[in-house]
Write a protein that binds this ligand. Sequence first.
Ligand code: ZN
Length: 427
Amino acid sequence: MNKKILLLCISFFCLASTNAYSKFADLSRITPTIGKQSINLWFWKIASTIDDQDDIENNLLDTISSVDPNVKIYVHWFDSNDEYYWFFYNANRKNDIPSFQLRLFRNYVLSSYYLNAVGHNDYHILVAEDKWGDYSGVAYLRGHFSLSSDDNEKIAAHVMGHMLNAQHNYDTSWFSASIMYPHPSYWLYTLQTKFWNSDNQHSVGRTLKKLKHFPDSKLIDIEYLGDDSTKNAKKYNGLKWDESRANIHKLLVEKNTIYDITIIQADFDTYLYVYDKDGNLLDKNDDGGPGSWSKLEHQDFGSAKEVYLVVSGYKRASGEYKIRLTDYKTLIIEDSDTLSSLGENNNLRNFINLNNKVWIKVHNGIWVGEITLPQRFLGKKRKVTLTVDSRWPVKVIFTVNRIKKSRIVSQGEEITWVNTGDGWLIK
Ligand SMILES: [Zn+2]
C-alpha cells in the first residue's frame, strides 16, 4: 500500500501578479510577450543534477496544449548560466518544508523582479531533485508559483494544472490516471498529460482564455499628444521586428470612424504596431511618417472596441516621442425620422459639425424632397455623400463661390460633396 500523499495544494489565491519588471532593469529574463495568448514559463533550477529537463518541459507543454492548443508557451530555464543565479540559489536553499520553500521562492521572485502586482502571464516553478519531506510538489491554486521535484517528470505538469485552477481528481482508466490525480508516483497508475476530467478542463480553459496580452497598457484617448518615452519601458517578446523596449497604449475606437496614427517628434527610429485585444497584429509600420518615424493611415476597426498601439524602436533603439491621433467620423443617416428632419433646426449643420463625413441614404417610403448644405459649420475637412435609392429624386442646394447651385440626385445615383474654403464642390 502506497502511503505517501505526494502533493500538497495550498488553496488560497496567490496575489495575482505583477506589473513592472525593472527592479533589475536589465535582467531581461522576464520578458513579457505581446501578441497571441501566451504563457511565460519559468523553471528555476535549485539543483544542478536535474537531467529530465526535456521530459519535464514536454509533459507540461502537452498538458496545456491538450486544453487549448492556441496558447503560445515560452519556456525559460533559470540556472547557473544566469549572472544572478547565485543570489537566487542562496536565497532559496533547499529545506524540507514545502509551504516554507514556496513562500520563500515566491517572495524572492516578486521582490527581485516585479515592482507591483497586476495581471500577467508569467508562471514560475522551482525545480529540485529531491522532494520536500513527503511532498513532491506544491502550488498556489490559481497562483503563479509552485515547486516540483524531479521525483517524477509529470509533477511539473500537475502543479501547472493547479496554477491554472485545476483541482485534484481520482479519475483513472486501466493503468492511467488523470494528470490531476493526487498521488503521481503511486505504482499502479501512470499520470497522463492529456487526461483531464471535464471540470478541470473547463476551469483550466477559462484561465487560459483570460491570459493578458497587454498587461501594462495605459488608456489614451483621441486627444492624446502627451510626451512619452520608451527609454525605461519594459522589453517585450513577440514583436514582429525584434524583442524591444515598448510602450503599450490602449485606445477605445468607435464604429464608422477612420484613424490616422502618427508618431511625431521622436528622437529615435520608431516602429508602430496595432493589435486587437486578442493579441492579433492588425497592422504595423516602420518609416511611414516623417523621417524614420512611423505612421498608420486609414485604420478602420469596423466597430467600437479596444485596440492596442505599441511603440518600439528599430534595432532596439529607444527614446522620446509623441503620438498624434486623428479620427475621421462618418455619420450614416438612413432612418426615416432623421431623414425627414434634416431640414429642421439646423439638424444637418449640426451633423456636419460633429462628423467628418455625413452619408445620407434615401430609400423608398420616405419623402426627402430637398436638402440644403449649410454654408457655415465647424471643422475643416468635411464630406457629404448622398445615395438615392427611392423612386423620387432628391434636390440638393449648395453654394460655391457665393453662387447658389442645385443638383438633382435620382434613383441609383451616389454623389459626394467636399467643402472648399468657398463652399461645396461635387467630387
Ligand atoms: Zn496536487
